[in-house]
Design a binder for this molecule. Structure first.
Ligand SMILES: Cc1ncc(COP(=O)(O)O)c(C=O)c1O
Length: 356
């Protein structure tokens, strides 16, 4: 669970009875729900500039936003446009100050000073840089299953990458995705996961060709019997299974590990859990041996970074080491790597995961 609470800009702190607004974000099964409650008595609080800017944005960008959850649709109200953030506080364009419990979904910027230094040298080289080695070493040393890593620009790209890599390695085309889990917006993941269509790949969004989701099988999370049935009825065809962030029943993950050892590959989507549940992610926390991992969000420290990695023998399938093509103009760019490196350094400091 994460949330945003409103505190007062200095000009309002002398009016303790004025308007209070609290926005609470709930993360539940990789979905966001937000509620906003407003105390009508506090009339000096205004979101006028946010409202005007959002109305203008709606004419310029579909829905006024560049990522759907930011539109507040499932919770009502309208988006607050943020002007700046510092530590645990953020300010909107009307000058209201908030306590930031969201932290940009786990990737709040911790690293302004090193970024400024890197920026002096350039923001993108279109060529390799040493920072990529540093960041790769940090990820490989932290995440148990990763022996080699490929950097991309988002969690979606990372999840898209393993979707091609696992079939490329195993020679099998089908994947199992767990119901209700979000793995970015690549076509094969946009599958309606209702129980009635548990084994049919039906697209969730218009524009996704049926053929793109045909290889996607879906299964309820934590139901190993269903998984076994899918493997039985699709013998030799399933390349991968993909796990989201729902607390696994005891032994569910171990059973997945056992089944996929002989039949395909086990993938953990750790875009949410990587470097958060523990430094080595959910796989370290639960002690699971798997084949491929996707990362995003926090590893970019506020800049657009995603990564996927796994066993060396799988990763060398990737071009230019191997035949599986995937590329990116800004992948591994110096700014993103700097933000990532300094964020991961902070996460390595003692006491970061004391709740374990
Ligand atoms: C588990 C998981 N995988 C993948 C993604 C996609 O990441 P991105 O939004 O960086 O493309 C998300 C985004 O919320 C996610 O929660």
């Amino acid at each position: 669970m994460a949330g945003v609470g409103l505190s007062w800009p200095s000009k309002l702190t002398r009016r303790p009875h004025h308007f209070v607004a609290i926005a609470i974000f709930f993360w539940f099964r990789c979905a966001v729900k937000m509620t906003v409650t407003v105390d009508e008595k506090k009339t000096t609080f205004t979101l006028k500039k946010s409202e005007e800017a959002f109305n203008a944005a709606k004419e310029l960008m579909p829905g006024g936003v560049n990522s759907p959850v930011r539109a507040f649709k499932s919770v009502g109200g309208q988006p607050i446009l943020i002007d700046s953030v510092k530590g645990s506080h953020m300010w909107d364009i009307d000058g209201n100050e908030y306590i930031d419990y969201v932290g940009s979904w786990g990737q709040q910027l911790l690293v302004l000073a090193p970024l400024a230094e890197t920026m002096k040298k350039g923001t993108s080289f279109g060529a390799p840089c040493l920072l990529e080695n540093v960041m790769a070493e940090m990820i490989i040393s932290a995440v148990p299953s990763i022996e080699m890593v490929r950097f991309v620009n988002s969690g979606t790209e990372a999840c898209r990458g393993v979707l091609r890599l696992a079939p490329a390695f195993t020679g099998r085309e089908k994947i199992i995705k767990f119901e209700g889990c979000y793995h970015g917006h690549a076509d094969p993941y946009l599958v309606k996961a209702g129980s009635g269509v548990a084994t049919l790949g039906l697209p969730d969004s218009p524009g996704v060709p049926k053929a793109a989701t045909a290889p996607t099988l879906s299964s309820p999370y934590n139901n190993i019997a269903d998984v076994e049935l899918l493997f039985e009825t699709n013998k030799g065809e399933i390349a991968a299974r993909n796990s989201g962030f729902i607390t696994p029943k005891p032994d569910f993950l171990n059973a997945l590990c056992r089944i996929t050892k002989e039949n395909g590959a086990l993938i953990f989507d750790e875009v949410m859990t990587g470097f958060r549940l523990s430094c080595g992610g959910a796989q370290e926390y639960f002690g699971i041996n798997l084949d491929l991992t996707t990362l995003g969000k926090i590893i970019g420290g506020g800049l657009p970074v995603g990564a996927y990695g796994g066993r060396r023998e799988i990763m060398v399938m990737l071009a230019p080491a191997g035949p599986m093509y995937q590329a990116g103009t800004l992948s591994g760019n110096p700014l993103a790597m700097t933000a990532g490196i300094h964020t991961l350094k902070r996460l390595k400091e003692p006491s970061q995961y004391d709740y374990k």
